[in-house]
Write a protein that binds this ligand. Sequence first.
Ligand SMILES: [Zn+2]
Length: 428
Amino acid sequence: MDILVKGATIVTQNAKRETLKGDIFVSKGRIAKIGKNLKEKAEERIDASGKLVFPGFVNTHTHIAMTLFRGYGEGMMLQDWLTKKIWPAEAKLKPDDVYWGTMLGVAEMVRSGTTSFNEMYISGLEKIAQATEKGGIRASISLGMLDKVPGHDTSGEIGKTRHLIPKLKTRSGRVGAAVACHAPYTCSGELITKSKELARKEKLQFHIHASETRKEVFDILKETGKRPIEYLDSLGVLDQRTVLAHAVYVTKREIALAGKAKTSVSHNPVSNMKLAGGGVCPITEFAAAGANATLGTDGAASNNSLNMIETMKTASILQKNHYWDPLSLSAQLALDYATINGARALGIDAGSIEEGKLADLVFADLKAPNMAPAHDYVANIVYAMNPSNITDVMVDGKFVMRKGKITAFDEEKVVDKASAAAGALVGA
Ligand SMILES: [Zn+2]
């Protein structure tokens, strides 16, 4: 279907980072034309005067079905929380629970302007793919393999991923597989090396947690004589198709290695602070060294939301405060991390509003009190906007939300089903 969007204020994220007033013609899922007074024939014409239009956000690290554990086991020490609350509940997860947890996450993502996410999870991967396909957005989905844990072994894990790769690819092409190792402290060097080889062979992204906590850094140092990112470099996994999640406790040498390899780094400031990690990912230093800086929420069990607007703001003000430098991580850079850089990390031809790009567009109400005045549209998106300002979301040239209502699925049913599944899992 062709759609003509008229009279919008467009934060393009193009090479010049222009904000334009004009029209967008969407045809066959792509942005076919941008200009003033476009007269293209379209099945649908949208009056977007009073609307700010910007590219959909890309969340480069999450565990979407963990929306089921939002607010479960608050205020505990990390290890207690995992062993006493999260892992026992996750052990009871059935594929249908994962489906409804994912749908709940997709609803939250759509409402907060996210159109793509990079998922790593332990079970129900096919249900995550089905739910995302139904939800109308994009995802790169991977099994978080591990072999240093009883019940898991190297070849069995690789076998599971091999089996899943074709099953995670959906009909629309919006959803597909990636390859993931959970983390250097849960995976052997052999598993990490073989996984990356598989990802290279299949031309897929590779996703791994790295240097999230101090404990992990010292454990890996003791075991291998190297810090986690040095270790991953020695295993040959750093390249443009790898996403390192967290990268909090790192040395200048590790930053240089990730930068040289142009690896993507997913900074998850809200989860890191909520879990009291103590450190700050030097994401601006990674970017300066040549790495692809991106943002993620992590799962809703540790965030507790999947809100990329909050993540952009938190990332920006955290870097400023950490470096005692108000010039650090500007609103424009935070938006770059959440859009074009995120799309690059996942290998998606989106992240900016330019002719030829995929039509993943978010519309926000410029007439909302917190969006006025409009001195700086980008600063308003990053520091002032909230999900309730988002009125319409388009992915692949199709609306998944119109005039504040999700059109791709029954949102009320999703909230009820997910709440019921979550209650049963924790024995409520
Ligand atoms: Zn994570």
